[in-house]
Design a protein around this ligand. Structure first.
Ligand code: CUA
Length: 173
């Protein structure tokens, strides 16, 4: 028989036992992962944006500036005290978050965030809250700060040479 001859008819049968076993293992794993994903999505405490709008970086910068001017803490440039019931605004740009937000513990807030230049990320240290912040869109995130303390915001999306130093602060009083 030449090496170019067709294999014997029926070479694919019988389906070997170990191949069947792998199929079963993969099938079970796929079903389990699907169930975990659904349970996680429904019952896990996901912290997702509650609303969004389109906004140019310049327009959002103005909103942040107006908000900062309105609630500026005297003597602390770039720090604002957000009264309960008021929305907060946060700008991400290379390589900082501004302003520093002072929030009251136990009060629900909506924080609107957007980016001035490139794609950034928003992570709140120790919290289950990770988002992308894109220029051109503002996202509203609903948070209710628990205990008092200083919470570090850091950027979780590579955004240039200063990325690893890009941080901000939320101070809960
Ligand atoms: Cu902003 Cu990384």
């Amino acid at each position: 028989m030449s090496s170019l001859a067709s294999p014997e008819y029926g070479w694919w049968k019988p389906f070997p036992r170990h191949e069947k076993l792998w199929l079963i293992i993969i099938g079970v794993a796929a079903v389990l992962l699907s169930i975990i994903t659904i349970v996680w999505a429904v019952s896990g405490k996901q912290n997702v944006p509650v609303a969004s709008y389109n906004v140019t970086p310049a327009a959002f910068e103005k909103q942040v500036a107006d908000f900062t001017a309105k609630h500026q803490i005297p003597g602390a440039t770039g720090e604002v005290r957000v009264p309960p019931g008021e929305d907060a605004f946060l700008m991400a740009n290379m390589w900082s978050f501004s302003p520093v937000l002072h929030l009251k513990a136990g009060q629900p807030y909506t924080i609107w965030m957007s980016a001035k230049d490139v794609l950034h990320g928003f992570s709140l240290a120790g919290q289950n809250l990770n988002l992308m912040i894109a220029p051109g869109h503002a996202y509203g995130v609903r948070i209710t700060p628990q205990g008092p303390g200083t919470y570090l915001i850091f950027c979780n999306e590579y955004c240039g040479l200063g990325h690893q130093a890009m941080t901000g602060k939320i101070i809960v009083e």
